[in-house]
Design a protein around this ligand. Sequence first.
Ligand SMILES: *Cc1c(COP(=O)(O)O)cnc(C)c1O
Length: 473
Amino acid sequence: MSKGSFQYISTRGQADRVGFDDVLLDGLARDGGLYVPEVWPSWSSETLALWKDLPYAALAARTCAPFMAGSVVADDIAVLAKAAYDTFDDPTIAPLHDLGDGLYLQELFHGPTLAFKDYALQLVGHLFDAVLTARGERITVVGATSGDTGPAGIAACAGCAAIDIFMLHPKDRTSVVQRRQMTTVADSNVFNIAVEGTFDDCQDLVKTLFADLTLRDRVNLSAVNSINWARVLGQIVYYVHAGLQLGAPGRPVSFSVPTGNFGNIFAGYGAAQCGLPVDQLIVGSNANDILTRFFRDNAMEIRGVTPTLSPSMDIQVSSNFERLLFDLLDRDGAAVDEMIRSFRTGGRLLLDRNRWQCATRLFSGASLDDAGTIAVMRDVHEKTGRQIDPHTAVGLAAARACREGGAPVVVLCTAHPAKFPDAVEKATGRRPLLPLHLANLYDREERYVILPNDATALTDYIYANARAAGAAA
Ligand SMILES: *Cc1c(COP(=O)(O)O)cnc(C)c1O
């Protein structure tokens, strides 16, 4: 490794230390763990104060630069960040809206697919393309979606010269908005596949593909899934952005985050580790409340998944929680490995009391059922005229339930209300409108193939279309 390059280690402690580019392209570490920084960068108060008035893309470049030291694209980060956020439909990218009483909404739905995932994935797409081009490599991204990650993943990879993306969705089982966000993307490197089966079938097909080592090597199979470190990195930026606007570094700020896989809120933890003064990190859960039960009573117990109005949080095992666990266990990879294994088999995770109390100094959580979610959406609309999506409603309720002390609380709006039109209409009596850049979504031409739930058919389709296959043959 070259001098001054930033290093990452695995939460399971058995994989080699690696630099940013390998973390970006590999996703999961070879020992099954997740990558985390070996040492967090540290921003002084003076540095943070200098960043206060930077435009969003410039702030993203400053925030990401230390994490990317040693990367082949380290010198290009400013240009890549600018390109990533140029397409967003609000000039401030992540505007804050004052709700009064020290509560703020941070709108994270100004990217191409109207969800906060764009904020990281747009940057990750540009980083992937740049690193691959510099290395003279090409990859084939394959993923399965129930409707949530697919649009953001496609928007991130569309048009990238070094990437082809194949996205599987269960035929007729995603919402129409979600399907059209994927199937109306015209770029020739995007392949949408409607599988005659369920989301679980789609996931199993993807697993089968990754187990096919011939295919894997010939087309350079890759993923843009939520455990990729670069996605966490791209999310740290809006915590810093909001914090600086509300008085940091001179004054601490709290955040309330509608949480599923724990990736978003872990980025808030990362910002705090680097020096942003963060008072509280509040987890909002729907009826799938395993995380809020953990922060309330130190009992992490798996139950079944319940479908709710906030489907992006219908999750039982939050993969990114492992990154926090690593720190709570004093960065002992063997201990993490053992605890995760017994959690997967026994369905229960218990921390010793001191460690748990350490976590609850920063983290707390509250859950909200569907009836409560509708009530919050209705109340906000009646009082302010504003429509919020069901995930945001959960975050707002958690902020109110958990806030302590005087720090302002920023509620992250993780999706645009028009992404969940039925729930929003039910709560407010009005169907939310899509923003202008998507206003003609329902008129655009769709492009996808329908394939049976069959790995051979899928493999053949990928060989026939992936450019990486042609290059290797
Ligand atoms: C993905 C998603 C979430 C959950 O985020 P995590 O990083 O998985 O905790 C919450 N809300 C919306 C709208 C999402 O798309």
